[in-house]
Design a protein. Sequence first.
Length: 220
Amino acid sequence: MYNNFEIFKIVLMMVPLILSVTIHEVAHGYAAYRLGDNTAKLAGRLTLNPLKHLDLVGSFILPVMLKLVGSSVIFGYAKPVPVNFTNLKNFKKDTIIVAFAGAAANICLALISGALFHFIMQYEGNFHDPGTISILANIVYMLYFSVFINVILAVFNLIPIPPLDGSRILAMLLPHPMRIQFARIERFGMIILIIFMFSGLLNKIIDYVAMPIVSFLLRS
């Protein structure tokens, strides 16, 4: 059974997760908007209001279940922001920019969270009021998870398997004939992704790519 403190920690973890997946999707939509496609704007998705972006399973159930089962990888996702790539001014280049925008936003959030984490850790000794110390401890906990979650979201989404953002980036970098062949596997993308996750390959990418970045940003 989980006590109230452990439940409170899960709630604290959800704050940076919700912020991270929201900004990830807004970044896609905003990049598309600046490059000629207003689909996300018309759909009301260029907003930081998380209620417009959150997915019940991906934003709440999945991360909570991962936390409850003691998974070393905690992440989630939001509803994909709608983008009509045919409206972009430069289809190939702008598609890459739009696809990379979400991961770029998560990288920026990880850097900011890491900087704030170290700033508070450096000066927390100057505070002696128990209430202030408690608040700072909760903020530090959220910043720690913010670094962790944003790095994993960035790395995970850049894996070139449909429907992840990395697959769209890879498709634009391939010669046209290979791009057509690559597009044919998109219908099997979720199956491939599930196999990839349960085969242990995702854990290896997290361990060898994401975790070194997390350790670097949180190093003392």
